[in-house]
Design a protein around this ligand. Structure first.
Ligand SMILES: [Zn+2]
Length: 355
C-alpha cells in the first residue's frame, strides 16, 4: 500500500487557534511511522497538479482567486473559517496532485492497488466556484475526474465517512450517473445539506446516496448501512475504482460532531470496503484524508484504516455480502437492538428500490 505525504502540507494555515491545523498531519505521520503497518507501506511524495488539471472540477476564476491571494502573502478568509495563506495555493495543488500520484500508481505502473493520501487542505466542501468548510480544491472529486480522463475509468464510487456532508462533492457529480457519491454524516449539522431525498438529478438520479445520521449514532448503523444498502447498490453499479473521503471527525472523541465511532469502527468499515473492492474492482481503493480534528483519535484511526487495508488474509476470505454479514455477526437481533436510524434506513431502501 502507498502512503502519500509531503512536509509542504504543513505550510498551509487557517490562522491561530484553528482546528484544521498542521498539528493534525504531524500526529498522523508520527502514528503511521511508529505503527506495525509501516513495513508494508511504501512512502511516496506527491507531485504538484497543474492549474489546467484543477479546472476538471473548478472554475478558472476561483482557481485564480486562490492563486492571487497566496501570491499576495498574509492571511485571508474565503468564508468564516476557510483561510488562505502564502502557501495555500501550492499546498492545495500538491494535495490534488497527491491524489493523482496515488491513482497513477494504483491504476498504472504500481504494484499495490491501494493508497492513503495524508494531505492538507481537505476537499469535500469545495464547490466548483468556491471553497468552504476548511476546503480549497476538491481532492477526491478531482481524483475521480483524473481517473476518468487519464485511465478511461467509466464508473467510480466515492464513499465519504467524514462527520459532515460532502456538499462540494455532491454538487460536482449530482447530475453524473457514472460517479456514485455516498455520504455518511451527522444530520442536522454543518453544512445543512445531505438529506435522504437528495438522490441526484437527470442522468445522475439514483447515484447520490446520503445517510444522514442523528447525533449519537454509533458503529452499528454504519456497518448495517454498508451491508444492507451501500454494498448492494455498489454491486449493482459496478465501480472500477473506489475513492474514500476519509474524515475522522465522526470519532467519539472529536468535538466537531456528536457521532460515536471509535478506531475499531474505521477498521471494520475499511475491512468491508477493502474486501468488497477485491471482488468488484481488483482491490482498487484510493483513500483521501478529509477532516478529523482530535489529533490522537484521528492519528489512531488513520492507522486502523491502513491496517484494515493490509489485512489481505481476512479480505480474501470474505467473498460476498452474506460472508461479511456473518463475519461481523450482524444478525436480525443486532439490527433491531443496536441500530438507531431505522426509519431513515427504511426510507432509503424504498428510495433506491432495495425492498
Ligand atoms: Zn468534517
Amino acid at each position: 500500500m502507498y502512503f502519500i505525504y509531503d512536509d509542504y502540507y504543513l505550510k498551509h494555515e487557517n490562522g491561530p487557534g484553528h482546528p484544521e491545523n498542521p498539528e493534525r498531519l504531524k500526529c498522523i505521520k508520527q502514528a503511521v511511522d511508529g505503527s506495525r503497518a509501516v513495513d508494508r507501506l511504501k512512502y511516496i511524495a506527491p507531485f504538484k497538479a497543474e492549474e489546467k488539471q484543477i479546472e476538471m472540477a473548478h472554475d478558472c476564476a476561483y482557481i485564480k482567486t486562490i492563486k492571487n491571494l497566496s501570491l499576495k502573502g498574509g492571511q485571508y478568509f474565503l468564508d468564516m473559517d476557510t483561510g488562505v495563506n502564502q502557501h495555500t495555493y501550492n499546498s492545495a495543488l500538491l494535495a490534488a496532485g497527491g491524489c493523482f500520484k496515488g491513482l497513477d500508481l494504483i491504476l498504472g505502473a504500481g504494484v499495490s492497488s491501494k493508497f492513503f493520501l495524508a494531505c492538507r487542505p481537505p476537499g469535500h466542501h469545495a464547490f466548483p466556484s468556491r471553497g468552504s468548510g476548511f476546503c480549497i480544491f476538491n481532492n477526491a472529486a478531482l481524483g475521480a475526474k483524473y481517473a476518468r480522463e487519464k485511465f478511461g475509468m467509466k464508473k467510480i464510487a466515492i464513499v465519504d465517512f467524514d462527520a459532515h456532508h460532502g456538499n462540494g462533492t455532491q454538487e460536482i457529480f449530482y447530475g453524473d450517473g457514472n460517479v456514485f457519491y455516498i455520504s455518511f454524516h451527522q444530520h442536522p449539522h454543518y453544512p445543512g445539506t445531505g438529506g435522504p431525498d437528495e438522490t441526484g438529478y437527470g442522468k445522475g438520479r439514483g447515484f447520490n446516496l446520503n445517510l444522514p445520521f442523528m447525533p449519537g449514532t454509533k458503529e452499528p448503523d454504519y456497518i448495517v448501512s454498508l451491508i444492507d444498502i451501500i454494498l448492494p447498490l455498489l454491486e449493482r453499479f459496478g465501480p472500477e475504482l473506489i475513492i474514500v473521503s476519509a474524515g475522522y471527525d465522526s470519532h467519539l472523541l472529536d468535538s466537531m460532531s456528536s457521532l460515536g465511532l471509535v478506531e475499531g469502527s474505521y477498521w471494520k468499515i475499511m475491512l468491508a470496503l477493502s474486501a468488497f473492492s477485491k471482488w468488484v474492482c481488483n482491490g482498487r481503493l484510493g483513500i483521501v484524508l478529509e477532516g478529523g480534528y482530535d489529533c490522537g483519535s484521528t492519528a489512531d484511526s488513520v492507522v486502523s484504516t491502513i491496517s484494515a487495508c493490509l489485512e489481505d488474509s481476512i479480505t480474501m476470505k470474505i467473498k460476498n455480502i452474506d460472508d461479511m454479514e456473518s463475519y461481523f455477526e450482524v444478525g436480525n437481533d443486532y439490527r433491531r437492538d443496536r441500530v438507531q436510524n431505522h426509519l431513515m434506513l427504511d426510507e432509503l431502501k424504498k428510495n433506491f428500490d432495495l425492498d
